[in-house]
Ligand binder design. Structure first.
Ligand code: FE2
Ligand code: FE2
Length: 181
């Protein structure tokens, strides 16, 4: 877990200087207004949807790079896995059953954003987005790339929830991150 924890931490101070190859992989999406509009939305605790996505995408990218898989496809599919433009905590009836429905919303938004950016959304990237909530949504990931993102998403969500629930852990985590900024 030590290596994963280090990558999780790095995802909070990630930038073009300390990992330009990663940003090369995701540049078609990460600078768009659509993607950055999600900075105001919360995922878990006080973590924004954008920070959550960077954590999942960066860790998945590093694992796939290590396994000599297509790191660009994994990084991009993961960057788009939670591409929904609402705060799921809002008590709006249209956000009911968010856990079940948001992979479908994210896929639709990812298709539209890819079209707007003039880039192809591959079948593997689509499967990463669509199947990342397994086993809540019953159909399992079809590719090893989708399985990696599905597992990393669980790891990241668990870390976010644990850190945000403990003021002591949160303080320590924030102090460590600030040393790198
Ligand atoms: Fe999700
Ligand atoms: Fe997620």
């Amino acid at each position: 877990m030590g290596k994963l924890d280090r990558l999780f931490k790095k995802s909070y101070y990630l930038n073009e200087k300390n990992d330009s190859d990663y940003f090369d992989c995701v540049k078609d999406y990460c600078y768009t207004d659509e993607f950055n509009s999600m900075r105001k939305n919360i995922q878990h605790g006080d973590v924004s949807v954008v920070q959550h996505i960077y954590s999942v995408s960066y860790i998945s990218y590093r694992i796939s790079r290590r396994l000599k898989m297509d790191r660009k496809i994994v990084a991009r599919g993961a960057l788009l896995h939670d591409l929904f433009y609402y705060d799921w905590h809002d008590p709006d009836p249209s956000h009911r059953l968010h856990g079940f429905y948001h992979p479908g919303f994210a896929l639709k938004n990812a298709r539209e954003l890819s079209k707007k950016q003039g880039v192809e959304l591959t079948e593997i990237e689509q499967n990463i987005i669509k199947r990342h909530m397994f086993p809540l949504t019953v159909i399992p990931p079809k590719h090893k790339e989708s399985l990696i993102v599905c597992l990393v998403d669980k790891y990241v969500a668990t870390k976010e929830i644990i850190i945000c629930r403990s003021p002591k852990l949160k303080k320590k985590f924030d102090e460590e991150i600030s040393l790198h900024k």
